[in-house]
Design a binder for this molecule. Structure first.
Ligand code: NAD
Length: 504
């Protein structure tokens, strides 16, 4: 059933089923107007001094810091996730990212001299980083604050304007974020939020934006990429994952089991970098599985905010269709011979969208839960005997977002990490790098194109400025003569041979 009805977004809270306030859908002509207003605001924003932009971004950091509880509660209500996750994986990383880029933007974007080699006696030059203009941000529902706001703050730090199309399942969080941006004294046209569904997103990509930062599914990523290709505008895609965790025989089994359970069920499994495939060495399979089942069984799933004193570990699932995918993957695995050791169904007596954290064994590579992105609370486990076999199975996926290695041998784990086809490989921990602004975030293969975070250059246009050292240029212009040909022929043979080439 669609949540887009009569020009409005109508959702219910995932954990309680209570209706949320409806939000008007932005029409394509309103989208184009927002982009044009943003363009004007960007010109003024780019003219401010670095110090003034930094002051305003840090004011946003302070406003967010003061209003943390309000934002945490809203995220928690709109997604059904525990308040703890809303705090530690949405608000705090954004505070840090804002501080990081606000205080470093000028340095990250300063001119970079080019050290010419062949032409050094004649030329000097540098790169200058200019704003792109209006950045379109199209985002998903699983981290409705940290993902779009990370793109907003980095785009602003690179002196751009932003128009954000939040997921139709979580529009309120981004509307609240914009309220805080305005409270920080930032021009309202500089950060526009255009709630709506696919049509609104497509209208944004087709408007006169200069760069698209898209986060979402592979299927939509392909459509957005095609639209950007048609307009020849750059595009960053942060897409799905099917991350593998390899557990080596030398681990502290209980500790590794705890980390794997967290990696699989964090955000109720609705994280692009969730652990969705576990490969455990056959020698520790039994104790590992037994710890995983015991820890999973102890997780508290429920309604966040139901009582101020009660903490939960796992909340609800945001989107009904995603719950259906989880059900389908479980049914498929059962039908093909997998065993469910804990969980496996929708808990009884709830009015929200819940699925129990589920551990599956006797899983094979034909099963959907092993091949396709589940994006829900499933933890399928298989064994391996040799490291080469683990590497082959882990890399046998169209995705390549993150991967995980658990071992006491730091050097061996590092060697293994460097054999995995993934944008990030984490040893003995779960994905922390999305919340670490200095690390570029992105995936290999179908998991995406390009990177967000890391630096601000990908959000900038680059200009090379080439300057003469003397009033003399290489004699390569008209008229071409035999003498010039002979000169360059001789020169080329000498320059790229023997001693001289060592200095190039
Ligand atoms: P989705 O692709 O359904 O939607 C993403 C966004 O695109 C939404 O805002 C949607 O309205 C918009 N959209 C839909 N059709 C569009 C079109 N034709 N043109 C422009 N915009 C359009 O994805 P989702 O269900 O919201 O998110 C879940 C997916 O996101 C999962 O696959 C998950 O792995 C992925 N994800 C990836 C990352 C990452 O960093 N790699 C992070 C979070 C989520």
């Amino acid at each position: 059933m669609s949540n887009l009805v009569d020009g409005e977004i109508r959702n219910s809270e995932p954990a309680t089923g209570r209706p949320s306030a409806s939000v008007p859908i932005t029409t394509p002509s309103q989208v184009r107007e927002a982009v044009e207003r943003a363009r004007k605001a960007q010109a003024a924003w780019a003219k401010l001094s670095w110090a003034e932009r930094r002051r305003r971004l840090l004011r946003f950091r302070d406003v967010l810091n003061d209003r943390t509880d309000e934002v945490v509660d809203l995220i928690s209500r709109e997604t059904g996730k525990p308040r703890f996750e809303a705090l530690t994986h949405e608000v705090i990383p954004l505070l840090d990212l804002t501080h990081y880029f606000a205080t470093r933007a000028q340095r990250l974007l300063r001119d970079e001299p080019i050290r010419h080699h062949l032409l050094w006696p004649l030329k000097k030059g540098y790169l200058r980083f200019e704003p792109r203009g209006v950045v379109a941000v199209v985002s998903p529902w699983n981290f409705p604050f940290a993902i779009p706001m990370g793109d907003v703050i980095t785009s602003l730090a690179a002196r751009n304007a932003v128009v954000v199309k939040p997921s139709e399942w979580t529009p309120h969080t981004m509307l609240k974020a914009r309220e805080l941006v305005l409270e920080a004294g930032i021009d309202p046209d500089l950060v526009a939020v255009i709630p709506g569904g696919a049509e609104t997103g497509a209208a944004l990509v087709e408007a006169t934006v200069n760069l698209v930062l898209f986060t979402g599914s592979v299927a939509t990523g392909r459509k957005v990429g095609a639209a950007c290709g048609a307009r020849l505008i750059p595009f960053v895609a942060e897409l799905g994952g099917k991350d593998a965790a390899i557990v080596l025989p030398d681990v502290d089994v209980l500790r590794a089991a705890r980390q794997v359970v967290h990696g699989a069920f964090f955000n109720c499994g609705q994280a692009c970098s969730s652990i969705e495939r576990v490969l455990v060495h056959e020698s520790i399979y039994e104790p590992f599985v037994s710890h995983v089942v015991q820890i999973t069984g102890s997780l508290r799933q429920g309604v966040p905010l139901s009582s101020a004193s009660e903490c939960i570990d796992l909340g609800a699932m945001v989107v009904p269709a995603q719950l259906e995918i989880v059900r389908r993957h479980v049914q498929d695995a059962r039908a093909k011979g997998a065993r469910i050791l804990t969980g496996g169904s929708v808990p009884r007596a709830t009015s929200g969208r819940f699925f129990e954290p589920t551990v599956l064994i006797d899983v094979t590579e034909e099963m959907l839960c092993w091949r396709e992105e589940t994006f829900g609370p499933l933890l399928p486990i298989r064994t391996f005997r040799e490291i080469d076999e683990a590497v082959r199975i882990a890399n046998d996926s169209p995705y390549g977002l993150n991967a995980y290695v658990f071992s006491r041998d730091r050097f061996g784990a590092e060697r293994l990490a460097n054999r995995l086809e993934a944008g990030g490989v984490i040893v003995n921990d779960f994905s922390y790098q999305h919340g670490t602004p200095e690390v570029p975030w992105g995936g290999w293969k179908n998991s995406g194109i390009g990177r967000v975070h890391g630096d601000l250059r990908s959000l900038s246009e680059i200009r090379y400025v080439g300057l003469p050292r003397f009033n003399w240029t290489l004699p390569v212009a008209f008229p071409y003569t035999d003498a010039k040909y002979r000169f360059f022929h001789r020169w080329g043979r000498r320059a790229f041979r023997g001693l001289v080439s060592r200095f190039l």
